[in-house]
Design a protein around this ligand. Structure first.
Ligand code: F6P
Length: 343
């Protein structure tokens, strides 16, 4: 029986289990055997996998996270890891590998294709929504709904105490979560990695708002935003295997500056991994399901080296290497909409 494998790599996000379920159901319908590689590329290096049958995917549709586990393992960091990966891949004797991930996991997939492991299909995942060639990645909708609810909750306490509250959301390279949750939650200023923070502009805007009678403000900042003159604020300097630092702390720095310059009492709330956990929204379940089914169809059609993607409301496929060539940063027309409500 021909065999398909699936792996999930990088930061987890709601919608991964609906993808796994869809891949397994569609593949079994088409007569394939399916194996799940555990913990992203790490599982292929260590030959760690599990059979995926109908029983193993039963009941996982509403569950967050991934039943396969994940890691930020980069097989290109160590030559012996790459060799083990290639050897184990060969032993598995696969018709195709479906890799579910963001810029790092799919970046590895794209390199492997160039290195001769050609029968790979990609599925785009990230709460950050920063992958190119797709209008949306699954996980993002859940993240912005969680962040919006948090902003709503922070509004009531900010208003009661007449405070400024800075809300730090995820978004390493792109401000999609900050902008969309900020628009939905009625943020009074939104700061994103794509635009340097002009602290005078932020404080003047808050002061003007208070002059017109408001006694509280909500400022949303993406973790990757930077002061004009500053650099990224990190929790530790250590780089992960893909060269990323662990971000976090810009909210606190911003809150200190705002309180110092405006005199308004300011608090900070860091949403962190809450944005990545829990049950996926209906949108993410449906998108993940559509991506999973289409990925198996691409295997049937022998269209390898492709990534499934959303264009408008249609599922399309694009060259994997195009999707990882550059990140999708914020649409400035959308940011202009958010700006209408600043101050
Ligand atoms: O890549 C998605 C993401 O959620 C980023 O927004 C964030 O910087 C990062 O993952 C956090 O990663 P970790 O879970 O490894 O701390």
């Amino acid at each position: 029986m021909a065999k398909i494998a699936i792996l999930t790599g990088g930061g987890d996000c709601p919608g991964l289990n609906p993808v796994i379920r869809a891949v397994v159901r569609k593949a079994i319908n088409e007569g394939y055997e399916v194996v799940g590689i555990k913990n992203g590329w790490k599982g292929l290096i260590e030959n760690d996998f599990m059979p995926l049958d109908l029983a193993s995917i039963s009941g996982i549709l509403p569950k967050g996270g991934t039943i396969l586990g994940t890691s930020r393992t980069n097989p290109y960091k160590k030559e012996s890891d790459l060799e083990n990966l290639k050897e184990n891949y060969k032993k598995l004797n696969l018709e195709a590998l479906i890799a579910v991930g963001g810029e790092d996991t799919l970046g590895v997939a794209s390199r492997l294709i160039k290195d001769g492991i050609t029968n790979i299909v990609g599925i785009p995942k990230t709460i950050d929504n920063d992958l190119s060639c797709t209008d949306y990645t699954f996980g993002f909708d859940t993240a912005i709904n969680i962040a919006t609810e948090c902003i709503d909750r922070l509004h009531t306490t900010a208003e009661s105490h007449h405070r400024v509250i800075v809300v730090e959301v995820m978004g390493r390279h792109a401000g999609w979560i900050a902008v969309e949750a900020g628009i939905a939650g009625g943020a009074d200023f939104i700061l994103i990695p794509e635009l340097p923070i002009d602290i005078d502009e932020v404080c003047n805007s808050i002061i003007n708002r208070h002059k017109r009678g408001k006694t509280f403000s909500i400022i949303v900042v993406a973790e990757g935003a930077q002061f004009k003159e500053g650099s990224l604020i990190t929790q530790e300097e250590k780089l992960d295997e893909f060269g990323h630092v662990r971000l976090g702390g810009i909210g606190e720095r911003l809150a200190q500056e705002i309180e110092k310059r405006t005199g308004y009492e300011t608090r900070v709330s860091v949403l962190g991994h809450i944005q990545r956990g829990g049950t996926p929204t209906a949108f993410d379940r449906i998108l993940g399901t559509r991506f999973g089914v289409r990925a198996v169809e691409l295997v049937l059609e022998k269209k390898f080296g492709r990534m499934v993607a959303l264009s408008g409301n249609k599922i399309i496929d694009v060259p994997l290497e195009n999707a990882v060539a550059a990140l999708k940063t914020i649409d400035m027309e959308l940011y202009a909409v958010a700006k209408v409500f600043f101050g």
